[in-house]
Design a protein around this ligand. Structure first.
Ligand code: 6PG
Length: 249
């Protein structure tokens, strides 16, 4: 866990961390597979990467996926893809064929989920038998403990096999169907990085970090696992309800 003085320093620290992970992955395995988060918090990370890591980042060897998407038209400002495209993807030399959008415009959404499952197995799953798909997964958290589009009580939390599912109705505005990667998909990662900022997240961060395995179905973020490590990058206000013991972890 790392606590930063502000969202700006959290974004800079996260950009440095992601760039290090990317360089390590490419040095070790020739490519970097990365799952992007939606929402507002990661936008600062994406902008920092676009500003400072045009060259010192293996963009041509990166493969970008998305943790979830709203079922809205492709160019809709409501889509997580649009935010990432405008903040990062259109500003860096990542080949277009290596940006893998969840196609929220496809109907029925279950068809888009099936297509993405096949893509993840074809493109991300390595033949090394480890079952690892992603070098890094970036996630946010809502005040209700949701992450990606895994909301408290969602049937998607019981998914043990499929890596991507469609949800008829999301647990927060915009009230649209969604596509989301599932717990087994996120678990097939070398690292999960939660980026959290804001006083309104302080309570849920403390509850999630206090939750004991196997995690609380009413706190989806507490159910997130990784084949490697789960890290938290917080700003001071998001960390303000953490006891000394939790802060040192
Ligand atoms: C989304 C995200 C969602 C987000 C949290 C936190 O589609 O909105 O997948 O899980 O990460 O809601 O959002 P903020 O970063 O905007 O607080």
């Amino acid at each position: 866990m790392r606590v930063f003085s502000s969202l700006a320093t959290l974004s800079s620290g996260a950009a440095r961390h992601v760039a290090e992970r990317a360089r390590d992955a490419v040095a070790a395995r020739g490519r970097f597979t990365w799952v992007l988060a939606g929402g507002h918090t990661p936008e600062g990370l994406y902008r920092k990467l676009a500003e400072r890591y045009q060259t010192d980042f293996p963009w041509r060897e990166s493969e970008v996926f998305f943790g979830d998407e709203r079922c809205v038209p492709a160019g809709s400002p409501l889509s997580n893809y649009s935010m990432a495209r405008d903040a990062l993807l259109r500003h860096v030399p990542i080949p277009a064929g290596r940006v893998h959008r969840l196609r929220g415009e496809v109907r029925p959404p279950s068809e888009a989920a099936a297509t993405y499952r096949r893509l993840l197995d074809r493109l991300a799953l390595r033949g090394d038998g480890t079952g690892v798909r992603f070098d890094l997964v970036v996630l946010g958290i809502g005040p209700d403990g949701h992450t990606a589009s895994l909301f408290p009580g969602s049937s998607a939390l019981r998914e043990r096999q499929r890596t991507v599912v469609a949800l008829r109705r999301s647990g927060q505005p915009p009230w649209v169907p969604r596509l989301t990667l599932t717990l087994p998909a996120f678990a097939s990662s070398r690292e999960v990085l939660f980026l959290v900022a804001g006083e309104e997240k302080a309570d849920v961060v403390a509850r999630v970090l206090r939750a004991r395995p196997p995690g609380n179905p009413n706190l989806p973020a507490s159910r997130i696992r990784s084949a490697g490590s789960v890290r938290w990058f917080l700003n001071r206000s998001a960390a303000s309800h953490l006891s000394k013991g939790l802060l040192s972890s």
